[in-house]
Each structure stands twice: as structure tokens, then as C-alpha cells.
Write a protein of this length. Structure first.
Length: 302
């Protein structure tokens, strides 16, 4: 194997945690992969990987080398893709991480359109609510909602998603329907908190032209959007979230909107990527496309 192929193999082993899986993805014999990494470690004079019966993990030296390799390989890929004849036809692997609701409700239902437009781009899509380390995990771009917390990333606002305050009919039957935001003090909410810090999000509503925060008591707190809606469906309390995430429950009557005459500020949605990826044709292609998907649903970002 040449030097670049060995680097690509090493990166895949770290990301997949397995020699066998990395070799299979790259269509290599397992023995070839093992020999190539042994040669790499011998040339560098450092142990890069810790091997156990269950998984393969990078050593401290290996982690630092992996992060450099990801950057170098990305730059090489982009140098190839930036050639004039390829600028309008980007190619290569693009690693995307999406919020679960964004993935299932917005992006994946139209992902065939992206493939039809950019058939040479191979997508690897992960999803969930967890925060990801884009550099360490080799992610090219994420789509997230809320306030960006990592100033090292380039963030492009792609939408402002309308919000709704709602609860199950059973909850409202037991506790009554609030007619004014001040009545929220007598109600309970399903608490939603950030997964990386002890932060509970308040409800936000516009009253008399001013945006106000309302902190409700809660006996259940979650950090996942699907769990948030599921708890509300079981009558655990009021929730405030982007309307598109619960539209079908509202249409079916399983959740009921309240305080609709008091405007919510809306939740911004962002496409974010590392600064060293901002010139990548693949990243630009995806960000432009996903911005169009969100604009079709929510209008131009405000």
C-alpha cells in the first residue's frame, strides 16, 4: 500500500474501531490491513492503536495522528475536487450528522434529489441529538437547531422554525387550558435540558410586545426531542418546540395547541462545519441544497 492509502486505512480503523470492518469497507484483505498499520507504526516509531478482543482504539499519539490525518486527507480531496473540471461536479465521501427529527422529517424524504443532482458524492449520515466533535469524528457538516455553542465552526443560518406550545387533551382536562402566559405558573412542563451542561430551557412567549421567559415546574426532564414529545403525549406536561416536529400529533388531536395568540420567537436552524472545510465543493453543495430544503418548508431564514 502507498502512503496515502495507509493513512486512509488508519483513519477508517479509528472511526470504525475495527481492523476487519475497515478492511472490508476498503476492500482489502484483513492481513494486508494489519501489515500496513504495523509498517506505519514502525516508520513513525510510535504505537498508534490499542488492540483488544472487542475493539481497536487510538493511543494518545494515535489520536493526535488521526486528527492530523483527517485534515490532510480532506485537504487532498478538496484539492482534487477544486479543479475547474470538477467544480460543478463534486465527488467523494461527505460525512453528515443530523438531528433525528431533521433527518427523518425533512432531509431524508428528499435525499434522492441531492443524489440526482450530485451523483458522485457518497453520503455517510449519522443522526441523533448528541453533540459531536466534528474534527475528532471526521464529520464534514452538521445540521442543528438552537444557539450555536462552538465558535470554532462556520455556522450558516438556514431557517427559523415556528414554535408551538402544546399538551395532551388528558393533561389539559386535568389542569385546565392556560389563557394567558401568566397562568403558566400553575402548570407543569416536560423539562428539556442540554445534554452537555446543567441547563433547563424556559418557555418563551411575546407578551405586550416584549419577549418573556417562563420557567415551569416539572417532574420529568429529558434531553431528546423524541422523548420530549413522547412525554407530552402521555400527559406529563406542556411542551414548547418547533411545530413541524409534532404536526401529525396536532392534526390527529393527540396534542392540542395553547396560547397560540402569543407569538414564540422560533428556533433557528444552522448548517455548521469546520473552518478548514469551508472551501470544500462537497460541503458547499450540501449546505446550499439543505438550505433550500429548509427554505421550502419554513421560508427564508429571518
Amino acid at each position: 500500500m502507498d502512503r496515502l492509502d495507509t493513512l486512509r486505512l488508519f483513519v477508517r480503523i479509528v472511526e470504525l474501531g475495527s481492523f476487519t470492518r475497515a478492511a472490508a469497507v476498503l476492500d482489502l484483505p484483513r492481513a494486508t490491513a494489519t501489515h500496513a498499520i504495523k509498517q506505519l507504526e514502525a516508520r513513525l516509531g510510535a504505537r498508534l492503536l490499542e488492540r483488544t478482543t472487542r475493539q481497536v482504539r487510538p493511543t494518545l499519539d494515535g489520536q493526535a495522528y488521526y486528527e492530523r490525518c483527517v485534515h490532510v486527507l480532506a485537504e487532498l480531496d478538496d484539492a482534487d475536487a477544486a479543479l475547474a473540471q470538477l467544480a460543478g461536479d463534486p465527488r467523494g465521501t461527505l460525512r453528515i450528522d443530523l438531528h433525528g427529527i431533521h433527518a427523518v422529517g425533512l432531509v431524508l424524504p428528499r435525499i434522492d434529489e441531492f443524489h440526482a443532482r450530485y451523483p458522485r458524492i457518497e453520503l455517510e449520515i449519522s443522526s441523533g441529538d448528541r453533540l459531536v466533535d466534528l474534527v475528532r469524528e471526521g464529520i464534514d457538516c452538521v445540521v442543528r437547531s438552537g444557539v450555536p455553542r462552538d465558535s470554532s465552526l462556520v455556522a450558516r443560518r438556514i431557517a427559523t422554525m415556528p414554535e408551538v406550545v402544546c399538551a395532551s387533551p388528558e393533561y389539559l382536562q386535568r389542569h385546565g387550558v392556560p389563557r394567558h402566559p401568566d397562568e403558566l405558573a400553575a402548570h407543569r412542563a416536560v423539562g428539556f435540558f442540554a445534554s452537555d451542561r446543567d441547563l433547563r430551557y424556559p418557555f418563551e412567549l411575546t407578551v405586550d410586545g416584549a419577549l418573556r421567559e417562563y420557567r415551569l415546574d416539572s417532574w420529568i426532564n429529558v434531553n431528546d426531542a423524541a422523548c420530549y414529545a413522547a412525554a407530552a403525549l402521555r400527559g406529563c406536561g406542556l411542551i414548547q418546540l418547533p411545530r413541524h416536529g409534532v404536526e401529525r400529533y396536532l392534526d390527529e388531536g393527540r396534542l392540542v395547541e395553547v396560547l397560540g395568540e402569543y407569538a414564540s420567537p422560533g428556533v433557528p436552524a444552522w448548517a455548521m462545519y469546520p473552518r478548514h472545510r469551508q472551501l470544500s465543493p462537497r460541503v458547499r453543495a450540501f449546505v446550499d441544497w439543505v438550505a433550500g430544503v429548509f427554505a421550502d418548508k419554513f421560508g427564508a431564514p429571518g
